[in-house]
Design a protein around this ligand. Structure first.
Ligand code: ZN
Length: 174
């Protein structure tokens, strides 16, 4: 079996996560290889979705697997947001932190796949959540912008302490 390279996942603080992505104009061998590596990186993490900026690539695409095998969506657009659904949501780029975040329960996602076929998916619950989370990444938005100000303050403290190597919740008492 061919070994597929994996990427390091970019973490909060990396400017690449705040930049909006460019539409994909060519589906070439390099893009296919990027997608294969993103899928492998997602499984290795493990996660249910991974957007290109999380591996340092400013292209509008993401991969996901909500239990039905890996898929890729190129140039995704969301519409038809409906309902509300709260879910305990985390992000591979903001590791080990989770929040109950309310987002639309249902969305419609349009884009194209690796063969250039048009995708048109009506998603709900977990799949809709993953789509909204990943499209946020492609717009340069992290889930830290989707939580309450007090939660964000607490999160920034935890992330700062982690960056400085200060003992946090996970520190062993000596
Ligand atoms: Zn994420």
């Amino acid at each position: 079996m061919k070994r597929v390279a994996t990427f390091p996942i970019r973490k909060f603080g990396d400017p690449v996560l705040k930049q909006p992505t460019a539409e994909v104009t060519d589906i070439d061998d390099a893009l296919v290889s990027l997608v294969e590596s993103m899928i492998e990186t997602m499984y290795e993490a493990p996660g249910v979705g991974l957007a290109a900026p999380q591996v340092g690539v400013q292209k509008r695409l993401f991969v996901y697997d909500v239990g039905e095998g890996p898929h890729v969506v190129i140039n995704p657009q969301l519409s038809d947001f409906a309902g509300q659904w709260t879910y305990h949501e985390g992000c591979l780029s903001v590791p080990e932190l989770w929040w109950d975040i309310e987002r639309a329960k249902e969305v419609r996602l349009r884009g194209i796949d690796l063969d250039g076929n048009e995708l048109d998916i009506e998603a709900d619950e977990l799949q809709a959540r993953v789509f909204q989370h990943e499209v946020d990444h492609l717009d340069g938005v992290l889930l830290l912008q989707r939580i309450r100000p007090d939660e964000r303050k607490e999160a920034m403290r935890a992330l700062r302490e982690r960056a400085l190597g200060l003992p946090g919740d996970r520190a062993e008492a000596h």
